[in-house]
Ligand binder design. Structure first.
Ligand code: ADP
Ligand code: MG
Length: 283
């Protein structure tokens, strides 16, 4: 693979696996886990001044799974999430993606490696149609974003792929609708479509159901399940019903630490987990 220059003018980053090498620098422990775990953190921590928002978090996300990060308000979910997407710099610990230490890698470069946060890169342009939005995202993926306004001839061939993505998220009938005019739930679906256009290996979702009504929740839950078929998904989600229905594995945080981990039945029956939720409110 040849080195690529990014749209945003970031430094050149070679994506070649040779950098990792079997005998690689990435280290023994993470390397040993590479078969099963796509994302691993080692004693991840973030302090704000004297306050430890996240401490010693060892997260292991299985390849191909839907993994949920839950916990009461203030537990450190968002801080954790932001460290994984590289928007917050850890004060301690390390993050590995596909066996590669990404602790010091910048957000755009992490996205290029296949770890993408929904809404991170692919903002929805309100006055473009749903189809145009997905086409723009597809073109970004190709690395042509500088000229997307004038390159109609380049965009046209992308229509077919864009339509397929819209169909995937249940928006085939809204292809010609202006983004700003579609419902909130469908806008979130469109955001997911533009994220999928980047073909991420792993998708990070921050409260995908936030602000949604019942009907939209069902639609997005079905969508998440569908797109998880050949990817890994890590989501922070407050709606425990959604978490119960979707997640293969759940990590519960409280006060910045991992309190419990397991499937929904296991964590929901855990006395400490119940106490954490009752004691602090239903974050
Ligand atoms: P959650 O998303 O689980 O509700 P957060 O990660 O947002 O929790 O916050 C965890 C703790 O860290 C909270 O006590 C919050 O007040 C604190 N915190 C988060 N961000 C900052 C910041 N930028 N500066 C200081 N404290 C912060
Ligand atoms: Mg939060």
């Amino acid at each position: 693979m040849t080195a690529t220059t990014y749209n945003d003018g970031d430094k050149i980053l070679s994506l070649g696996k040779r950098q990792l090498g079997a005998d690689g620098h990435a280290g023994g422990r993470a390397a040993a886990m590479s078969e099963d775990y796509i994302l691993v953190t080692e004693r991840l921590g973030k302090s704000f001044g004297d306050f430890a928002a996240v401490s010693d978090v060892d997260l292991r996300v299985k390849r191909g799974s839907i993994h949920a990060l839950i916990g009461p308000n203030g537990a450190g979910k968002t801080t954790c999430f932001n460290m994984l997407t590289k928007f917050v710099k850890p004060t301690s610990g390390r993050i590995f993606f596909n066996n590669r230490d990404i602790t010091g890698v910048r957000p755009a470069d992490v996205a290029r490696l296949g770890l993408v946060r929904s809404f991170q890169i692919s903002a929805v342009f309100p006055h473009l149609t749903a189809l145009e939005n997905v086409r723009v995202a597809l073109q970004r993926k190709r690395g042509d974003s500088f000229d997307f306004w004038r390159s109609k001839r380049v965009l046209e061939p992308l229509n077919e792929r864009a339509m397929a993505l819209l169909a995937d998220v249940g928006l085939a009938d809204w292809a010609g609708s202006i983004a700003v005019e579609i419902s909130y739930g469908r806008k979130r679906a469109l955001e997911i479509a533009t994220t999928l256009a980047l073909d991420p290996e792993m998708l990070l979702l921050d409260e995908p159901m936030a602000g949604m009504g019942h009907e939209d929740i069902e639609r997005i839950a079905a969508l998440i399940r569908r797109v998880s078929a050949n990817r890994t998904i890590l989501m922070v989600e407050h709606n425990l019903q959604v978490v119960a229905n979707l997640s293969d594995r759940i990590t519960v945080l409280t006060r910045g630490r991992v309190l419990a981990e397991g499937d929904y039945k296991t964590v929901s029956e855990n006395a400490e987990v119940k106490q954490a939720y009752l004691g602090v409110g239903n974050g």
